[in-house]
Ligand binder design. Structure first.
Ligand code: ZN
Length: 265
């Protein structure tokens, strides 16, 4: 038992080290590959805007602003994620979502998006906001800040209680992660979230039965992290990563990463 655990750890170590490099290489290759520009409505999945600890999922504040301004210059417009999720999105429409509830989103993205009158959604991990996170507390928003964002019109959704990988926990635990996070958000903000973003968001992270549990918990929309590989019944998104300069970001908006999933050890 001990030996096999050690073996798995040895295997996981290089995966953790090379995962971001592999992701960067894959995104470069996919951007270079010929893809007919596909301007179908897309929901962008961001994480942090100036939290270096979030590594490949962190976009710097100047780059974030540049991406949004560039998209507007290229004729894209921004609408609420719920509009695209509900099937009413038009070609060239984009929506902005942030996963994980990071403080840098309020500091560096919120004022800019408010000034630009761009709607956005935030998926929070309720336990992390409560201080139960394997990261420094100050990385995350607190409930007061989330409440302030909600008052400004930001849609607050759930991203579970503890960000466990749903493929590795029992169905009862999945049901609790869905229901307890929703109840906790309602208790703190006075509004029960209607939407849920799957932790890690890949197809394999949403096991059979999770959709029923989400519905039973009261969610009407579940967001995945990939457009073409999203689990049945979920809404696809387009991940934006730390590597996405002008060219890769443009490729993302044109669908180059519709089949791309993050490589998580
Ligand atoms: Zn997440």
């Amino acid at each position: 038992m001990h030996t096999s655990t050690e073996a798995i750890r040895r295997l996981a170590r290089p995966r953790r080290r090379f995962g971001p490099l592999r992701a960067a290489a894959e995104r470069l290759v996919l951007a270079a590959r010929r893809h007919p520009p596909d301007r179908r409505p897309r929901i962008l999945c961001y994480h942090s805007v100036g939290t270096p600890a979030w590594r490949m999922n962190d976009v710097s504040p100047p780059r974030f602003r540049r991406q949004i301004e560039g998209a507007l210059r290229s004729g894209y417009s921004f609408v609420p994620a719920s509009r695209i999720a509900g099937g009413a999105g038009l070609p060239g429409e984009l929506a902005i979502t942030f996963d994980d509830g990071l403080a840098s989103v309020a500091t560096h993205a919120a004022p800019f998006l408010a000034a630009m009158r761009i709607p956005w959604s935030l998926f929070v991990v309720s336990g992390w906001l409560d201080g139960n996170a394997p990261f420094p507390r100050e990385i995350f928003l607190d409930w007061t800040s989330v409440d302030r964002l909600a008052a400004q019109g930001v849609e607050i959704g759930s991203h579970s209680v503890s960000h466990e990988n749903f493929s590795r926990i029992e169905p009862a635990r999945i049901a609790a992660e869905l229901a307890d996070s929703r109840r906790r958000i309602e208790a703190r903000l006075g509004v029960a979230p209607r939407s849920f973003a799957i932790p890690n968001g890949r197809r394999r992270d949403w096991p059979a039965g999770a959709a029923d549990a989400a519905r039973a918990a009261g969610y009407d929309t579940v967001y995945a992290a990939c457009e073409d590989r999203r689990p049945a019944g979920t809404v696809g998104r387009t991940m934006i990563t730390a590597w996405d300069g002008d060219r890769l970001f443009g490729a993302a908006l044109e669908g180059a990463y519709d089949g791309w999933e993050e490589w998580i050890p």
